[in-house]
Design a protein around this ligand. Structure first.
Ligand SMILES: Cc1ncc(COP(=O)(O)O)c(CNc2csc(C(=O)O)c2)c1O
Length: 466
């Protein structure tokens, strides 16, 4: 049962969180921990911390809990004997999946596949999903280079083990970053990290690949007042994509392009449907895979199951990666991206059947409670409220933007961004920051208009306080 509203009893973080943090710092570097949760008292849209404080949560564990805390459908997900067994007998899915696994993949994951895609691989997390989507892109690129042959020369076999061409070919994946903004986030494992362009601290001290980066559009808001400038952004960025393909053709050919439908770490940077439609045409013409990273935007927060559905692409993306609210990692893909041989896209677990038991419930609740419609309805209340606040506090916040409840606004300075997030927390709201000065909203799919009104009231009081 959700509480009627936030309740802050202590300074934030409170004494128990501070004590627990001290204990944990003796075990690992956990300076990123903000609060310790009391999972028994957390309910719906409310996060309870170890000190008895209750927060309205509009950040939801970095945008990864679809139905809020302790949803009954999830608490009851492991009632039957078969569900418990899926929990306790974790299989190596690439070798000994249980006999209900093909049906689970069809009934759960393929039932919500992006339009036009009928293949899916489960994986462990967002980075793992992107790593293996890259591998699928490289396999197809090289198979095509061999004229469709699926055998390897002795030289390829030998040099692959030495990490040198031709066995380990000098190819690349292109990612995106605006000229003056923080850029893509695709994960922190080595391949995905090579395409991550949001913060230096994610990458310092780690060897990486020198791969191409194209410009991501940087729009002015409100969109309707800057149509011409923003169309010019699209034009320049698409020209940059073409130029990168030309420039890297000799040096390190681009086998794939990865892009978020909204750059969700880089500062909620948006691009138009026209930009994505043109990008897809360029990828087709250049023989590069288009990989849409829906790890943070996927599973409904923009009002559609998949954010790229807003772009009306003439054909499906080649691969779509997911994690977070989908509770399992993985990627959907076109049939040509099926590896010709087994054991090339592989790891011990290849995902986790118990997560599909939970996802099945999430999808059921999304349907029965019409949560995509609720996201649209709540998003309208939230967005118009944010527009009212940017009018009331024009020197503090600006550039309200987003789809569904996947909304954001900019603070006038990075310092003010930090103060707003900190003061919101002290006032009982867990929010999130991203990019250089953006405040991002990532509520659960069960966030209702009443929660939006409450959030807006607390945000208004916070801005008046600063
Ligand atoms: C668009 C997108 N693609 C891939 C990832 C990586 O997912 P994980 O590896 O963290 O599951 C993420 C993860 N998001 C994320 C937010 S903060 C963060 C971090 O590691 O600091 C990671 C993502 O937003």
């Amino acid at each position: 049962q959700e509480p009627p509203g936030p309740l802050i009893k202590t300074e934030i973080p409170g004494p128990k969180s501070k004590q627990l943090l001290k204990e944990m710092m003796d075990i690992q570097q956990c300076g990123s921990v903000q609060l310790f949760a009391n999972l028994e008292k957390s309910a719906g849209n409310y996060f309870a911390d170890a000190d008895g404080n209750l927060f309205l949560d509009v950040y939801t564990q970095i945008s990864s809990i679809p139905l809020g805390y302790n949803h009954p459908a999830l608490l009851n997900a492991f009632r039957s004997d078969s569900e418990v067994r899926a929990l306790v007998n974790r299989p190596a899915l690439g070798v000994f999946p249980s006999d209900d696994w093909p049906k689970k993949l069809r009934d759960v994951l393929l039932s919500v596949a992006p339009p036009g895609l009928q293949h899916v691989m489960t994986m462990m997390c967002g980075a793992c999903s992107n790593e293996n989507a890259f591998k699928a892109a490289f396999i197809l690129y090289c198979t095509r280079k061999r004229g469709g042959k699926t055998t390897f020369t002795d030289e390829e076999m030998k040099t692959a083990l030495l990490n040198i061409p031709p066995g380990a070919p000098d190819l690349s994946i292109m990612s995106f970053k605006g000229l003056n903004s923080s850029g893509a986030f695709h994960g922190r494992t080595f391949g995905s990290l090579a395409t991550t362009k949001s913060k230096a601290i994610h990458k310092l001290d780690f060897p990486s690949f020198e791969w191409p980066v194209a410009r991501f559009p940087e729009y002015k808001y409100p969109l309707e007042e800057f149509r011409r400038e923003n169309e010019q952004q699209d034009k320049e960025c698409l020209a940059d994509v073409e130029e990168q393909f030309d420039r890297w053709e000799k040096k390190r050919p681009i086998a794939g392009v990865i892009i978020e439908p909204i750059q969700a770490e880089g500062g909620d940077n948006h691009a138009s449907p026209e930009f994505f439609q043109e990008l897809q045409k360029i990828c087709k013409r250049r023989g590069a895979a288009l990989i849409i990273d829906e790890v943070q935007t996927g599973c409904g927060p923009t009002g559609k199951m998949w954010c790229h559905e807003h772009f009306n692409l003439p054909s499906p993306p080649d691969l779509v990666t997911f994690s977070k609210k989908m509770l399992t990692g993985g990627f959907y893909f076109k049939p040509e991206y099926l590896s010709p041989q087994p054991l090339r896209i592989f790891n011990t677990w290849m995902g986790d059947p118990s997560k599909l038991v939970m996802l099945e419930q999430v999808i059921k609740v999304m349907k029965t409670e019409r949560l995509l419609q609720l996201v649209e309805e709540t998003g309208k209340v939230l967005k118009s409220g944010l527009h009212a606040l940017e009018t009331e506090f024009p020197f503090m916040i600006n550039s309200v933007r987003g789809r569904g409840t996947f909304l954001a606004f900019d603070a006038a300075t990075p310092e003010l961004q930090d103060k707003i997030v900190k003061t919101l927390k002290q006032n009982g709201v867990l929010g999130g920051a991203c990019g250089i000065c953006t405040i991002r909203l990532r509520p659960a799919l069960i966030f209702r208009p009443k929660h939006a009104e409450l959030f807006l009231e607390i945000l208004r009081n916070t801005l008046r306080q600063l």
